[in-house]
Design a protein. Structure first.
Length: 287
């Protein structure tokens, strides 16, 4: 039985109980100032996603011809939907030229290196796209909250990151940073689903469970990190992801609308949903 605080109210939550408490199921979708109380219909989602996949294929073909490089960093709390969003991006792309980078904890040798060093070697070559499923921003979130780095190391990271990312942009790489934002009830709901679904149980780690009681610590770390690293040359795009379908659609649209490529069909891409996607920490509304 976990003792947690939800919206300032003490709650007891048994992750092993197959039945979710009512306070989770009633509020999960609408938490975090979410604008919709229901998911996007599957048929609408699939129609929009099919059109976006065609545009992504065009984008990749153009990149391979011109050598344009793309980096997309996906960040967010555990269960925010990073892996699923990355999967939606990459579904019909040539895997060799659309690489997913999800690094495990650093080795002993890597711990002695410049912090950014092990990420630099994964930046793309001509024509490629790299999608980071978590990134160097571990040092701005998970590491300080869980005590895996010192406060001095976090401060140094926040000071160095804008300069590091400026070098990426100056190199001519199209660079995107996406923060997927979920409410606390939705995170609990998704953790519960992972616990009781054998196909998803591998996604739930002891650190994830420990994080349930550190919601406010993660919020404070997130706010500090986004404020320090939201820059003109490398801004954060925030996407409310209580509904994974709307989150994926808007993430893909954002990237496609930001880039030029041969055969681009703006009508097929569609418009961003301002209820779901916005720029920078101001879009978080404290969630």
């Amino acid at each position: 039985m976990l003792e947690i605080s939800v919206s300032g109210q003490p709650r007891q939550f048994d992750l092993d109980d197959p039945v979710l408490p009512d306070w989770v199921t009633d509020k999960a979708i609408t938490s975090a100032d979410y604008a919709y109380d229901k998911k996007l219909k599957r048929s609408q989602y699939q129609d929009q996603l099919d059109a976006l996949h065609l545009e992504l294929v065009k984008l990749q073909a153009h990149r391979l011809e011109t050598g344009q490089r793309i980096v997309i960093v996906f960040e967010g709390r555990d269960a925010a939907g990073k892996g699923g969003t990355i999967g939606a991006f990459r579904e019909y792309l040539k895997p060799r030229h659309a690489k997913i980078v999800a690094l495990s904890k650093p080795t002993e040798a890597e711990r002695g290196q410049w912090y950014f060093q092990r990420y630099v070697c994964h930046l793309p070559t001509d024509g490629d796209m790299t999608l980071f499923d978590r990134s160097w921003y571990n040092r701005g979130g998970v590491e300080p909250v869980m005590g895996f780095c010192s406060p001095e190391q976090t401060t140094q990271f926040l000071e160095q990151t804008p300069s590091f990312e400026n070098q990426i942009v100056d190199e001519g790489i199209a660079f995107f940073k996406i923060w997927l934002n979920i409410g606390q009830e939705m995170q609990i709901k998704r953790f519960h689903d992972r616990r009781h679904n054998p196909l998803k149980s591998w996604k739930l780690s002891p650190i994830d469970i420990k994080a349930l009681s550190k919601w406010n610590d993660y919020t404070n770390a997130r706010d500090q990190m986004l404020k320090a690293t939201h820059t003109d040359h490398a801004p954060w795009t925030v996407i409310r992801s209580n509904d994974k379908r709307r989150a994926r659609i808007n993430a893909i649209r954002h990237v496609l609308l930001s880039l030029d490529y041969e055969g681009k069909n703006a009508k097929a891409i569609g418009k961003l949903d301002s209820n779901v996607i916005g720029s920078g920490p101001d879009f978080l509304h404290g969630s």
